[in-house]
Write a protein that binds this ligand. Structure first.
Ligand code: F8G
Length: 244
């Protein structure tokens, strides 16, 4: 079977959890959820997955499927897990800058936003308490901006002093590439481009300079991963989010 771009993105999301071990993961969105479930069936079998409501899953069902329950984690308990730091969340980003400051809150001037989004939600608490990664389905300079309009998730330039103790922005996965914050002064660095993507395409779609000193190619899924992706996502939602 040959891999689509969506398959590569799902595996890149799965690889976010490689070193996590037995912690709760909170994949926000379709592709991160597919990646987390693939990881649990392959490279990260110890990660804990919830149903996104209040139950920990004993097994790893396909999207929309059910699983025996392993535990109960009501909304209020999520905050205990956030504070304990035993969690890795994959959030989205309407905007993200070179230091990883994320905006899912609003656009335009604070006193009169041109567009209201979700508000800061769990952005601040997540990013100052535990590992946080981002999934961006449409890599563009409208998302990768010089300066965000509002800080929801905290970036490396702001996470200083005690706010930096547990701050850990791990990776940004997009439909074009995998990035981290290994550039100068913890700025964003291009780690790998997906097969078929040129470095220039990523640079042209990023609104700030990227560290492109050492760029690899994102790995392809194995045959077993391709098989599991069709089991986990039988209706091909990944291909709707990232069309080939
Ligand atoms: C723009 C721009 C721009 C977009 N400039 N305009 C316009 C100007 C665009 C569109 C419109 C929409 C722990 C925890 C929590 C909890 C816990 C605690 C979290 C309790 C749960 C509840 C809580 C955070 C989880 C996410 C966000 C997931 C996504 C979305 C998206 C895109 C945000 C990326 N630059 N850009 N516009 N939440 N969502 O023209 O106008 O704006 O634009 O962890 O909550 O409180 O804490 O959303 O946006 O991670 O990822 O996908 O709607 O698709 O359509 O691009 O065109 O429609 O007119 P979207 P988009 P128009 S954790």
């Amino acid at each position: 079977m040959s891999a689509t771009r969506a398959d590569v993105c799902a595996v890149a999301n799965a690889d976010l959890f490689l070193t996590d071990g037995e912690i709760l993961v909170s994949p926000m969105g379709t592709m991160p959820m597919i990646g987390a479930r693939l990881a649990r069936l392959t490279t990260a079998p110890d990660i804990l997955l919830s149903d996104g409501e209040a139950f920990l899953l004993a097994e790893t069902p396909p999207l929309g499927g059910t699983s025996p329950i392993e535990g109960w984690i009501p909304y209020r308990m999520v905050f205990d897990v956030v504070a304990a730091g035993t969690r890795h969340v994959i959030m989205g980003a309407n905007q993200i800058d070179r230091f990883g400051n994320q905006n899912i809150s609003c656009f335009g001037p604070h006193d009169k936003p041109t567009r209201q989004m979700f508000g800061v939600r769990g952005g601040p608490g997540n990013t100052v308490n535990h590992r946080t990664s981002y999934w961006v389905p449409k890599h563009s300079s409208r998302v990768f901006v010089e300066t965000v309009d509002m800080v929801s998730g905290v970036g490396y330039d702001r996470a200083v002093g005690s706010a930096g103790t547990f701050h850990d922005l791990h990776r940004v996965v997009t439909n074009l590439a995998v990035l981290d914050f290994g550039g100068p002064k913890r700025t964003m660095r291009l780690v790998s481009v997906h097969p078929g993507v040129e470095v220039d395409e990523v640079v042209a779609n990023t609104g700030f300079p990227l560290d492109i000193s050492d760029v690899a190619v994102t790995r392809l899924p194995t045959e077993e991963e391709l098989r599991l992706l069709d089991v986990l996502d039988p209706r091909g939602f990944r291909g709707k989010e990232v069309p080939s």
